[in-house]
Design a protein around this ligand. Structure first.
Ligand SMILES: [Zn+2]
Length: 201
């Protein structure tokens, strides 16, 4: 902390899996609580600081680090949420079983902008890009008994094979569930989302 040595912080996502944030500086120490405080900085700005511009530069750095730390923390939480959800669903879409990582997302059941939208696995489902967008737009809902219900207007549509296979044929199918019961979608959150779906249908 005294020598302002830049460090690398490894944020644990799962046992044996980390996301790195750098450069990180120790900015506070609380020996009684056996903790210390870290802040992340912008790499190029931190390097420029080394030239040393005195007090003004220190104040500027504090504000910048607070901002960078906030956004890095948010990103770490998002990355961790995605990793945990995809792992729980064995890296496949819970609706169509698509396994291409690049086309998979961790979708929130209750959005993260909502106070109940915590980044926990039971508030997520692994979905491919198509099913994620359709889920967010309430084209379908997952009922608390894990059965999919598609909106009547979508079921009545006619266009191409993607609509038939991707959206119409998933109606009344049961989703693929994570092995561990603790990772399964929370029925109360699904219920809330399902009610919203019924109002929109
Ligand atoms: Zn899918």
């Amino acid at each position: 902390m005294r020598e302002r040595v830049p460090l690398v912080y490894f944020h644990g996502v799962e046992p044996g899996s980390y996301v790195a944030a750098y450069p990180v500086f120790v900015v506070g120490d609380a020996p009684a609580a056996l903790t210390f405080m870290l802040q992340v900085d912008d790499a190029s700005a931190a390097l420029a600081m080394d030239i040393g511009r005195g007090r003004v530069a220190e104040d500027e750095a504090a504000a910048r680090r607070a901002y960078v730390t906030r956004s890095v923390r948010q990103r770490l939480h998002q990355v961790a949420f995605r990793e945990r959800v995809l792992r729980a669903y064995q890296e496949r879409c819970t609706l169509c079983s698509l396994r291409h990582q690049e086309l998979l997302d961790a979708a929130h059941i209750i959005p993260d902008s909502d106070p109940e939208g915590e980044p926990v696995v039971s508030n997520g489902v692994a979905l491919c890009k198509l099913h994620h967008a359709a889920f967010d737009l309430l084209f379908f809902a997952i009922r608390p008994d894990y059965v999919i219900e598609v909106r009547p207007s979508i079921l009545a549509g006619h266009d191409g094979p993607m609509l038939i296979v991707g959206l119409q044929q998933i109606h009344h199918r049961r989703i693929l569930l994570p092995r561990r019961p603790i990772d399964r979608p929370d029925p109360l959150r699904l219920e809330r989302r399902y009610e919203e779906f019924l109002r929109a249908s």
